[in-house]
Write a protein that binds this ligand. Structure first.
Ligand SMILES: [Zn+2]
Ligand SMILES: [Zn+2]
Length: 338
């Protein structure tokens, strides 16, 4: 095989199936045969042209599971046949200042998979070796894919705070991120509160691990969390800044509101709500590749699984539209092996 099929995003809201030449991986990189790739809301950066030069084609997708089939010069820790994942961060450089301080997530020379470098809406993908994640036996490619971005994002965010076992931790939004965050929070030993609009998702939230359910259309969610004693950590996954603003008042002393849902509108905070109780509002950007291995090991040990809708790779546009519609329950995964 000297070519492979890939979907290229160009301009705005266009995916085109193309044949590409198979090339050797660059030094320090590997090439993999894609088995599955999750569809994430962040794929809009590539597909809707929200990047520096949308006239340049890029292959979207950053929840890639595959098998290494070639390694570039200088790669010693990975071999053909290794089953690996690649998330949003395509591999750190190891040489810039953040890397030298061990802060790989903030590497200054790290490509973003499926946005600034080609991703996994394809039969073949490439990644820097430092970005690779070993996939344990016992997790299927279709389950592993969403864990690599949606999973890692919430798993790492939950551990940014200093919540003790048994303390109140809240998850706002029950969608692609939130349905995983509830499972992690429960397994991490917290008293878990789910915050969402309406009552339709209450039964599901409780099934996924929530001890408490707060309908944010019926009560002020900050006040409701305060009534429960205040949350040490709140992971905000909804793509609405306005919906996150009232949560700050629901924090326990030294509590943190951790923002992982990208929203078009701002989150507003009154300064006394930060000062009294010494509250913080912070962002969280996925995690490093080794933290992703922790995430998969934790998920396997605790039976944490994404709820997925699977489509064959050829129907990538339909999968992307399904994700955009917000109706998927809860993650869409493209199956390249189907
Ligand atoms: Zn993502
Ligand atoms: Zn770096």
């Amino acid at each position: 095989m000297s070519t492979y099929r890939a979907f290229e995003a160009t301009g705005v809201h266009t995916l085109r199936l193309v044949e590409r030449e198979l090339v050797d991986p660059a030094p320090g990189h590997v090439r993999l045969r894609v088995q599955a790739c999750g569809v994430c809301h962040t794929d809009v950066l590539a597909v809707e042209g929200l990047r520096p030069d949308p006239s340049q084609p890029v292959v979207p997708g950053h929840e890639i599971v595959g098998v290494v089939d070639a390694v570039g010069a200088g790669v010693t820790a990975w071999q053909p046949g290794d089953r690996v994942g690649v998330g949003f961060l395509n591999g750190h450089c190891g040489e810039c200042e953040p890397c030298r301080r061990g802060d790989f997530v903030n590497c200054l020379a790290q490509a973003q998979t499926g946005t600034t470098t080609d991703g996994g809406y394809a039969e073949v993908a490439y990644a820097r070796a430092s970005g690779l994640v070993r996939i344990p036996e016992g997790i299927s490619a279709l389950d592993a894919a969403p864990l690599l971005c949606a999973g890692l994002t919430t798993f790492a965010a939950l551990q940014q705070g200093h919540a003790r076992a048994g303390s109140l931790v809240a998850v706002q939004g029950i969608g692609g991120l939130g349905h995983l965050a509830l499972q992690y929070a429960r397994s991490l030993g917290y008293r878990v509160a789910a915050v969402a609009r309406g009552r339709e998702k209450e039964a599901l939230a409780r099934e996924l691990g929530a001890h408490e359910y707060i309908d944010s259309t019926a009560a002020d969610p900050g006040a409701a969390l305060r009534d429960l004693g205040g949350a040490s950590v709140i992971v905000a996954t909804a793509s609405s800044g306005a919906s996150m603003s009232p949560l700050v008042r629901g924090l326990a002393p030294n509590g943190r509101l951790i923002v992982v849902g990208a929203a078009p509108d701002p989150l507003t905070v009154s300064t006394p709500d930060l000062i009294f109780g010494t509250h913080s509002v912070v962002g969280s950007l996925t995690g490093s590749s080794v933290e992703n291995e922790d995430n998969l090991a934790f998920s396997l040990a605790h039976g944490i699984r994404p709820s997925v809708e699977v489509l064959p790779f050829e129907r990538a546009m339909e999968g992307y539209e399904r994700m955009l519609s917000g109706k998927a329950r809860f993650r869409v995964v493209l199956d390249a092996a189907a």
